[in-house]
Design a protein. Structure first.
Length: 306
């Protein structure tokens, strides 16, 4: 920032000197050409150059950039350069008078590019604004939403609202499981961190919170879609490894945003806790860059090895 400030001051000084020399030379030439008010010619042209430069920067800031506006200062600069060249008496004077005003448009173009990149207009990273009506109706909640957007680089306002809804549902689920007050210190640390990031998906209201039964030793078949009738033994539960292998095959084409505990719970027909465990494992694998693929059965594995 210090280097940018020094460069801006130096550029303004050089540009001002160029405009001053242009004003003097063009005024004298305009008097020779018969203008009744010779000073109005360089004033009109030289002031129009920074005015159109500021207009270009304003359009960039409002995300309404027009391609042709940036060329208006160039055209005006070429006009004033030509007038300075025509006002010179010798070749050296023509070159000197024509070069000085050219410095202004060069520095203004550099400033416009720096400003455009700074606000994200040139690289598509500009953060969307929150509606003023939301600031007016819920200032504290809106400030918290803006803070999370800034901390986690959520540039889309629509995505930020979706994450906020998911976070509120997740917090309500933690209230039911651990209590309205005690949830802050009874919730596992990992779940608290994921809640702050808005990545903790809420569990369904019909999912029991009791601990999972012990896993049987025999091979576990796929669970039935309907609940077993009373008096019949309950179907054995699948192991986390089997759930993860089935989830790899199902979610191979899913985007990262679609992998959440609620979708996995409904797809795999399992509880909330195994669904969250499978979700964390899948997201960790995608973050590491490993390809997701179904696990081969013993018969298929032997055939592949052969």
């Amino acid at each position: 920032m210090g280097l940018a400030g020094v460069g801006a001051i130096a550029a303004a000084a050089v540009g001002a000197l160029g405009l001053y020399s242009s004003f003097d030379a063009v005024s004298l030439a305009a008097a020779r050409w018969g203008f009744s008010n010779p000073h109005t010619l360089p004033i009109a042209i030289d002031i129009a150059i920074p005015v159109f430069t500021l207009a270009n920067l304003l359009l960039i800031r409002l995300d309404m950039a027009l391609g042709w506006v940036r060329f208006v200062p160039w055209v005006l600069t070429l006009v004033t350069c030509w007038l300075n060249i025509a006002a010179g008496n010798s070749l050296s004077a023509k070159v000197a008078h024509g070069t000085m005003p050219l410095l202004w448009v060069v520095f203004s173009e550099i400033g416009a590019h720096v400003y455009a990149v700074r606000i994200g207009a040139a690289i598509g990273r500009r953060m969307e604004k929150i509606r003023f009506s939301r600031w007016l109706l819920a200032p504290a909640q809106t400030f918290a939403l803006w803070r999370r957007m800034t901390l986690w680089e959520v540039t889309s306002y629509t995505r930020a609202l979706a994450l906020e809804r998911e976070r509120l549902l997740s917090r309500a689920d933690l209230h039911e499981r651990y209590g309205v007050i005690a949830w802050r210190w009874r919730t596992p640390r990992r779940e608290r961190v994921m809640l702050r990031m808005g990545q903790l998906a809420p569990a369904g209201a019909d999912v029991p919170t009791a601990p999972e039964p012990e896993q049987p030793t025999q091979e576990a078949p796929k669970p039935p879609r309907k609940r077993p009738a009373k008096g019949k033994p309950a179907a054995p539960q699948r192991t986390p490894a089997e759930l993860l292998a089935e989830a790899r095959a199902i979610t191979a084409e899913w985007p990262d945003a679609g992998i959440n505990a609620e979708s996995l719970r409904k797809t795999l027909h399992c509880g909330a806790r195994p669904a969250r465990t499978v979700r964390d494992a899948l997201l960790a694998e995608r973050a590491d860059g490993r390809a997701l693929h179904p696990v081969d059965t013993p018969t298929e594995g032997a055939g592949a090895a052969a």
